[in-house]
Write a new protein. Structure first.
Length: 289
């Protein structure tokens, strides 16, 4: 009998196999059958090359903020067998915010609704596109070194009427502050949008996108190749805002996830190799003759 040993490491906000809604789960594989496919809740998850260890692969599993709470399945298949791993999605302890904005940003007119619908469809088509090419090859960095004024996931009311949640992280930034790219990539959106204002979105490849909203000025255009720490624009107060700031977000495989937690996971791949850390995997047998 030939056995493929599958070694998996779990990196969650909580210990074990618990994962909070709105976050990302990272799995590392030390040995894997070449034809293995991976699914989370019937959605294919790309298997990626480890950025520093040629003997490993990894996957990133985005957990939707609105994912139902409870056990979920991560399914690994090869030509001869199937392995099911259970994840338990837990509700994050997200705070509540009430924000006052221009009334039209809460109740747009018919023309504005058509515009927001068009912009949403355009963006989601991009976010659900996964380019196999990897543009990033180093740890992610924050787009701005300043105080965080609103964390990802806060439950929100706009003008006491519109329920939503905060899909990114807000950084304090007076108008005109340079905003830098969190990693290498290609610009796929650079325009004014109704809610996000002047926006830049960078495709880092492999289904990873970083987003920079409410800018006062854009320094890039669609198709530009971007290097990490390159200035993509200046902070502002455009779109649906209560004041000047930078809204920074990460879209992973079409799902909005906590951007700073995503940074932490990706960067842990580099740190473990740099520090020579020996992580103890959970081993499963997978495949048979």
């Amino acid at each position: 009998m030939k056995v493929f040993l599958l070694s998996i490491l779990f990196f969650y906000s909580l210990l074990g196999r618990d994962v909070i809604n709105g976050t990302t789960a990272l799995f590392e594989f030390s040995q894997l059958s070449p034809e293995t496919t991976i699914e989370y809740e019937s959605k294919n998850i790309p298997l990626l090359s480890h950025p520093v260890n040629t003997h490993k692969k990894f996957v990133l599993v985005p957990i939707n903020y609105r994912e139902s709470i409870g056990d979920k399945k991560l399914i690994l298949k090869d030509a001869k067998s199937t392995k099911t791993l259970l994840l338990h999605v837990k509700q994050g302890e997200y705070p509540f915010e009430n924000i006052t904005v221009t009334p039209s940003k809460v109740k747009p007119n018919k023309k504005q609704r058509k515009r927001t619908s068009r912009e949403y469809k355009e963006a989601m088509k991009i976010y659900n596109t996964t380019r196999p090419k990897r543009y990033w090859n180093k740890p992610f960095i924050n787009p701005l070194d300043s105080k965080i004024t609103s964390n990802f996931g806060s439950a929100r009311m706009f003008n006491n009427t519109l329920k939503s949640f905060h899909s990114g992280t807000d950084f304090r930034a007076k108008i005109g502050t340079p905003i830098i790219a969190s990693n290498d990539g290609v610009v796929v959106i650079a325009k004014d949008r109704y809610y996000a204002g002047n926006s830049v979105v960078i495709d880092h490849g492999e289904g990873i996108y970083s987003c920079y909203y409410h800018l006062s000025l854009l320094h890039v255009k669609v198709g530009d190749t971007i290097k990490q720490a390159q200035t993509v624009g200046l902070s502002g107060a455009t779109g649906r805002v209560s004041g000047p700031h930078l809204h920074y977000a990460i879209m992973l495989q079409g799902v909005q996830v906590n951007p700073l937690q995503f940074h932490e996971l990706i960067n842990s791949l580099f740190e473990s190799a740099k520090n020579g850390a020996n992580r103890t995997p959970i081993a499963f047998s997978f495949g048979h003759q």
